[in-house]
Design a protein around this ligand. Structure first.
Ligand SMILES: *Cc1c(COP(=O)(O)O)cnc(C)c1O
Length: 396
């Protein structure tokens, strides 16, 4: 017998409002609930399933690794974590990697690394300039680094040392830099804020500002990494090299895996500074290897970029047709401004019609399909989206 959903759900802490759906299966771009209803999924676990649901390469890697070795402890080497670290450094501007289990945990590591570097090289400087509307995670330090509306008053007192600047306003950063500043940390595209890209000029300006003041530039690519915005990493779009980067979401293809990457010059953790029971375990690193090898395979990113441009064009056409607002973002991380606070209602309607959408702000929708989604799937989703918006009763 199936447990009654509303009764069973009372055993869960109510940390979010969930619709009355229980998903039982996922395949590629689609999810299926326990009544057999099919949904086209443009949330994909919040840009986590970059290869879609249960991709064969990840299933095979997990199965093989689970049968072989799940966890020898982080105090010993294992093959998948050595190979994944090597592949990541070979395909980025970074020299060393620390693996963790979530984006917040990787960002905590980045904050600790910057503070350690400040102790060693900048007389104990510890402040990290972050940005209004930024999202870096839900641990105490990463909440403190975030600039999410409504978070100021939560779980006080916060971790000190995260003054907030305004994205794409170099002067606002310059004003906050002082003797206690050790780093600047940002998302190349603010995802939770509604897909707000840092401009190329701003990224270059930050690099110069950091060089001139001896600061570390940290990019949080938890959402943008692994081809989500077009290139393998979003920092590559601005032609600069950061000192530190964090990855999560896409790198695990659905399983909990994150990474902190650093240039050799600031990779200053010594034994005892950082760790974690599950950090670098072969099971999730084997999944990460399968994901990264697929994303790096011939033509994969080019195809994802083409599909992203196709979706962007379709969103722009729809915006023109229905008199909506701006389309933002690149690759497969896009947002559509609706011109009114109807995003939640549109997402509800779309879900009923079989399309899963995310509304990061009341007036905007975010699109995060699998990177290997097809143009036919885009057409299918756009038809549902068009109806959901056109039929929205509170449209202006
Ligand atoms: C999702 C996200 C995080 C937090 O990652 P978790 O795995 O949920 O801890 C941090 N930074 C950015 C940019 C994110 O999108």
């Amino acid at each position: 017998m199936q447990p009654d959903l509303s009764l069973a759900a009372t055993s869960l802490m109510p940390i979010t409002n969930r619709p009355d759906i229980v998903f039982v299966r996922g395949q590629g771009s689609y999810l299926f609930d326990d009544t057999g209803k099919r949904y086209l999924d443009w949330i994909q676990g919040w840009a986590v399933n970059c290869l879609g649901h249960s991709p064969r390469v990840v299933v095979e890697a997990l199965t093989k690794q689970a049968e072989t070795l799940i966890n020898p402890s982080p105090a010993f080497y294992n093959r998948p974590f050595l190979e994944l670290a090597e592949l990541l450094t070979r395909n980025s501007c970074f020299d060393q990697v620390f693996f963790a289990n979530s984006g917040a945990e990787a960002n905590e590591g980045a904050i600790k690394l910057a503070r350690k570097w400040g102790q060693l090289h900048k007389s104990g400087a510890f402040e990290i300039v972050t940005f209004d509307h930024a999202f870096h995670g839900r641990t105490l330090a990463t909440m403190s680094a975030s600039g999410k509306a409504g978070w100021d008053a939560l779980f006080e007192p916060k971790v000190p040392g995260f003054p907030k600047a305004v994205l794409n306003d170099l002067d606002s950063v310059r004003r906050l830099v002082g003797p206690r500043t050790v780093a600047v940390m940002l998302e190349p595209v603010q995802g939770e804020a509604g897909v707000i890209p840092a401009t190329v000029a701003f990224m270059r300006g930050l690099r110069e500002l950091c060089d001139r003041n001896g600061l570390l530039l940290i990019v949080d690519e938890v959402q943008t990494g692994l081809g989500r915005t077009g290139p393998l990493f979003a920092y590559q779009q601005s032609g600069i090299e950061p000192d530190v980067m964090t990855l999560a979401k896409g790198i695990g293809g659905g399983v909990p895996l994150s990474a902190l990457l650093s240039k050799a010059a600031c990779s200053c953790f010594a034994p005892g500074d950082q760790g974690g029971t599950y950090c670098g375990n072969p099971l999730t690193c084997a999944a990460g290897l399968a994901v990264l090898r697929t994303v790096l395979s011939d033509g994969f990113l080019a195809a994802a970029q083409r599909t992203g441009r196709f979706l962007r064009q379709r969103l722009q056409d729809l915006s023109g047709e229905l008199g909506l607002g701006e389309v933002r973002g690149s690759g497969m991380l896009l947002a559509l401004e609706l011109g009114a606070d109807i995003a939640g209602a549109v997402a509800d309607r779309a879900r009923e019609a079989g399309l899963l959408l995310n509304a990061p702000r009341p007036h905007c929708l975010r699109f995060m399909p699998a990177l290997n989604a097809t143009e036919d799937e885009v057409d299918e989703g756009m038809a549902i989206l068009r109806r959901a918006i056109a039929e929205s009763p509170c449209r202006r």
